[in-house]
Design a protein around this ligand. Structure first.
Ligand SMILES: Nc1nc2c(ncn2[C@@H]2O[C@H](COP(=O)(O)OP(=O)(O)OP(=O)(O)O)[C@@H](O)[C@H]2O)c(=O)[nH]1
Ligand SMILES: [Mg+2]
Length: 283
C-alpha cells in the first residue's frame, strides 16, 4: 500500500513542537488504544527527549480490554507513566489529571524549592485523530479545542489553562513522510489517522477484513452474517456488499460503498472492541 500524506501543516507543526519542547515541562503522548504501536511517531522521539512523558491510551471504549491490559503491563514493566482513558467521558478527566500531576511532582517540588511558582506546562501530541483535542476538552471541562471525526482537525497550536494551573498545549496530529511498515500504514488508515481521500478504500477494507479474520475470526460473521473461512478478503467484501444490498445498476456490487461502510462500522465500534497491536519492545 503506497501512502503519502504529509501535508505542509504537519511539517510546520513538527517545527512548532520542536520549538515548544524547550518551554514545556512534560509531554502527554496520546496513543489510540486500538493500535498503540502504530501511533508511535519516530519524529516525536527528539521532541519528547528526556522529559517526563505520560502515555495516554485513548479510545479504550473501542479497544479490546484484554489487549489494553497487556499494554498497561508493558508500560508498568518499563516504569513509564501511563493512563488508559475514554476521553469522550468527562468523568475520566481526573485520571489523566492525576497522571500528569504525579509525573511532574518532582518538578513542582524543584520549582518550589527555588521559590519559583510557575504553571506546569504539558504538550499533548499524537498522530491525527487519536483524540488530543478531546482529551484537552475533557480536562478543561469546556469545548475549548475544536474536535472532529476526521484527521487534520487541529491546524495550529493552542494553549489551554486548567483550573489546577496546569497549562496544556494542543498540537496538530502529525505523521511521518514514509511508512516502512505496511501494517502500520494500514492500521493508521483503519483508525482514521490517515485521510480517506489519499488511500484506496477498497484496498484498505481488504486489509481490514484480512486482519480481522486473523485476529477476531467471528466479528464479521456476527455483524454481517457472512462465513469467512477459506475465503479471500475480496470474496468476503463482495459477499458483504451483496448481503447489504450495495449494488449498482446492472446488479454489480458497489464495493467502494461497502468498503466505506465496513471501515465506518469498525471506527464506530460496531464490529466489537478491537485492538490490532500488541506491545513490543519499542520505547
Ligand atoms: N469513541 C471515542 N471517540 C473518541 C474518544 N476520544 C476522541 N474521540 C473522537 O475521535 C475524534 C477525533 O478526536 P479529536 O480530539 O479531534 O482528535 P485529535 O487528535 O485532536 O485530531 P487532530 O486535531 O486531527 O490531530 C472525534 O470524533 C472525537 O469525538 C474516545 O475516547 N472514544
Ligand atoms: Mg485536534
Amino acid at each position: 500500500m503506497n501512502i503519502q500524506w504529509f501535508p505542509g501543516h504537519m511539517t510546520k507543526a513538527l517545527r512548532m513542537m520542536e520549538e515548544n519542547a524547550k518551554i514545556v515541562d512534560a509531554i502527554g503522548y496520546v496513543l489510540d488504544a486500538r493500535a498503540p504501536l502504530s501511533c508511535f511517531n519516530p519524529q516525536f522521539l527528539s521532541i519528547v527527549g528526556n522529559k517526563p512523558c505520560v502515555f495516554i491510551l485513548n479510545k479504550c471504549d473501542l479497544a479490546d480490554p484484554a489487549k489494553v491490559e497487556l499494554w498497561c503491563d508493558f508500560f508498568r514493566k518499563k516504569d513509564r507513566p501511563f493512563v488508559k482513558v475514554t476521553a469522550t467521558v468527562s468523568a475520566e478527566a481526573t485520571n489523566v489529571a492525576n497522571a500528569f500531576e504525579s509525573a511532574t511532582d518532582f518538578l513542582r517540588a524543584k520549582y518550589h524549592s527555588k521559590g519559583v511558582f510557575k504553571p506546569i506546562r504539558v504538550m499533548i501530541l499524537g498522530v491525527p485523530n487519536c483524540g488530543k483535542s478531546t482529551i484537552i476538552n475533557c480536562l478543561s471541562g469546556k469545548r475549548t479545542a475544536i474536535t472532529g471525526d476526521k484527521p487534520g482537525v487541529t491546524k495550529g497550536k493552542q494553549w489551554v489553562r486548567l483550573s489546577s494551573g496546569v497549562e496544556l498545549l494542543d498540537t496538530p496530529g502529525t505523521l511521518w513522510p514514509k511508512f516502512d511498515n505496511e501494517n502500520v500504514a494500514a492500521r493508521l488508515c483503519f483508525i482514521g489517522s490517515i485521510k480517506d481521500d489519499v488511500v484506496d478504500l477498497i484496498e484498505v477494507a481488504n486489509l481490514l477484513i484480512s486482519q480481522l479474520v486473523e485476529l477476531y475470526p467471528n466479528c464479521l460473521q456476527t455483524r454481517y452474517n457472512v462465513s469467512c473461512s477459506g475465503k479471500t478478503s475480496s470474496d468476503i467484501l463482495e459477499e458483504i456488499a451483496v448481503k447489504r444490498g450495495f449494488l449498482v445498476r446492472g446488479g454489480t456490487t458497489d464495493t467502494e460503498r461497502c468498503a466505506k461502510a465496513i471501515l465506518d462500522d469498525f471506527r464506530k465500534g460496531k464490529l466489537g472492541k478491537i485492538t490490532f497491536d500488541l506491545p513490543n519492545d519499542v520505547i
